[in-house]
Design a protein around this ligand. Structure first.
Ligand SMILES: Nc1ncnc2c1ncn2[C@@H]1O[C@H](COP(=O)(O)OP(=O)(O)OP(=O)(O)O)[C@@H](O)[C@H]1O
Ligand SMILES: [Mg+2]
Length: 215
């Protein structure tokens, strides 16, 4: 199992979820849907070890994240976990290629030109991030995460800025990556059609986390 979360509870001003359980297997894609403000991004950040939940445990590859030393967490974050945030955090003063090089150096994995071609950004990577369109930036930030070859990908509305065709192209690529590398993806999305392409779909609503579809 890639990821297991047990009895997760978290609240900010109000309780978001209580005693939530979740797991992710190798080669699996799981979608989380639900209205704005229901806590999807918070849950994704908890599963990715970015936010510590009020209660409960999160384990990656069978190791309880909380019990690890900070250096071990860093290692897992750098090599094994890939996070595609709702708003992408590219290094804005740098070119596309420089952004990819950072991921490549940190993980020791080469930049995959074939992937850049298939994302249709190979011809713009010498440009500064500020000179890229919103959709190009989004594809670049997904490419940057995939460059690391992570075992688990956490994606928060990864295709929100893309047209239908580019979006389905990028997502096909991501799903193929997951299947071929025995990785896994947790995808937060408002797009129910996209969610339906995942192996399992959960809805987070009024604090309830319910399985709504399984293949
Ligand atoms: N760091 C924080 N401090 C305080 N409250 C927060 C924090 N992060 C999120 N919240 C609150 O938690 C609730 C859930 O936020 P979250 O971002 O998880 O929702 P979401 O389901 O991802 O929504 P959306 O679909 O709009 O992205 C919101 O009411 C938000 O204001
Ligand atoms: Mg969100």
């Amino acid at each position: 199992m890639l990821l297991e979360a047990k009895e997760i509870s978290h609240s900010f001003n109000y309780p978001l979820f209580d005693s939530l359980n979740f797991y992710l297997n190798e080669s699996e894609s799981v979608a989380i849907i639900g209205v704005s403000g229901s806590g999807k991004s918070t849950l994704l950040n908890i599963l990715a070890g970015v936010i510590e939940p009020n209660h409960g445990t999160v384990s990656h590859f069978g190791r309880d994240f909380k019990s690890l030393k900070e250096s071990e967490r860093e290692e897992i974050r750098r090599k094994d976990l890939g996070i595609i945030f709702q708003s992408h955090y590219l290094f804005r003063g740098f070119t596309g290629r420089e952004n990819l090089e950072v991921a490549s150096i940190l993980s020791g994995e080469p930049i995959d030109m074939e992937m850049l071609k298939s994302f249709n950004i190979d011809s713009v990577i010498e440009q500064k991030v500020t000179q890229l369109s919103g959709g190009q930036q989004q594809r670049l930030s997904i490419a940057r995460v995939l460059t690391k070859k992570p075992k688990i990908i956490f994606a928060d509305e990864p295709t929100g800025n893309l047209d239908q065709e580019s979006a389905s192209h990028v997502m096909e690529n991501l799903f193929n990556y997951v299947k071929s590398k025995k990785a896994g993806v947790v995808l937060v999305t408002h797009d129910e059609k996209l969610a339906g392409k995942c192996d399992r779909v959960f809805r987070l609503e009024n604090g309830l986390f319910t399985l709504v579809e399984a293949k």
